[in-house]
Design a protein around this ligand. Structure first.
Ligand code: FE
Ligand code: FE
Ligand code: ZN
Length: 282
């Protein structure tokens, strides 16, 4: 049986080592965190001692790849130039900072085109990535699949593919698939996971899929809402989410919970999902 790589979103207010220790308490071997205040703003300076202590814990315990999350306020395809500049500068700074913990992932929401149209949005997102990505970086940047709320770009696999196609350093890009978002976007996670993954493979290429945000959804499929539910308490349900973690094409990826939980709730969900892996024996 292969080990389930799972964790949840952690607060980085006390630094890297504190996150690593909290992950171990949760029986997690990966986690997500905001590189700065999720609403944006200036990031704290990297404390290199803290990062060093974290990295020895990380190596000692054989953590899987981490999945850092860009601030929600970052909109690479905003209509206003100053907002796009903020997105560009923030992402460039985040990537620089993530190189202190090399070879991990940095996930971001492609953005909202705010009435400019998806095509214009796709061009602006690709422009930003062409400005910030650089050949020597070890961090892989992940485009997150979105629910299609408002004018979100990335609501279909085709839109994600269109962005990737326009980026020169395409080998620095991957995709983070969010189960709540794709169900809300209309992909049949509940009834036809194989079909969804075949479509992902046909449109984007399954090799691009690097991480999963494992969330239940408060809303039925195709609702375009993006409201996360605890595992087994939403419309997707535990059975379908177990099929996700145990699917042969997905089982070795890092799974990140972004469910409405605190420490104890996350601990329970991680234990529940580890038991589901055990049951499946994959
Ligand atoms: Fe996200
Ligand atoms: Fe997500
Ligand atoms: Zn979401």
């Amino acid at each position: 049986m292969s080990k389930l790589h799972i964790g949840c979103h952690l607060s980085n207010s006390k630094g890297y080592l504190a996150m690593g220790k909290e992950a171990l308490e949760l029986d997690a071997d990966t986690f997500a965190f905001f590189t700065r205040n999720p609403r944006g703003g200036k990031a704290k300076d990297i404390d290199t001692k803290d990062v060093e202590s974290f990295l020895s814990l990380y190596n000692e315990h054989g953590f899987a790849k981490l999945v850092a999350h860009a601030p929600y306020t970052l909109n690479p395809c905003a209509a206003k130039e100053n907002l796009r500049e903020f997105a560009r500068d923030t992402m460039a700074d985040d990537i620089r900072r993530l190189e202190f913990t090399p070879n991990n992932y940095y996930n971001f929401h492609p953005g909202s085109h705010v009435g400019q149209g998806a095509e214009a949005g796709i061009d602006l997102i690709a422009d930003l990535l062409n400005t910030v990505l650089y050949p020597e970086q070890t961090t892989i940047v992940l485009l997150e699949t979105m629910a299609g709320k408002g004018s979100e770009v990335g609501r279909t696999f085709e839109e994600i593919r269109a962005i990737i196609d326009k980026v020169k350093l395409g080998d620095k890009l991957g995709v983070c698939l969010d189960t709540c978002h794709i169900s809300d976007a209309g992909y049949d996670v509940i009834g036809n996971l194989d079909g969804v993954l075949d479509e992902f493979d046909r449109v984007i290429g399954i090799g691009r899929l690097k991480a999963i945000h494992l969330n239940d959804s408060l809303n039925p499929p195709a609702s375009h809402k993006d409201r996360h539910a605890r595992i087994g308490e939403g419309h997707i349900g535990l059975e379908a989410l177990s099929r996700v973690i145990n699917h042969p094409k997905l089982k070795d990826l890092p799974f990140i919970l972004e469910t409405p939980n605190e420490h104890d709730g996350y601990k329970k969900e991680i234990a529940l999902l580890r038991a589901e892996r055990e049951k499946a024996g994959v």
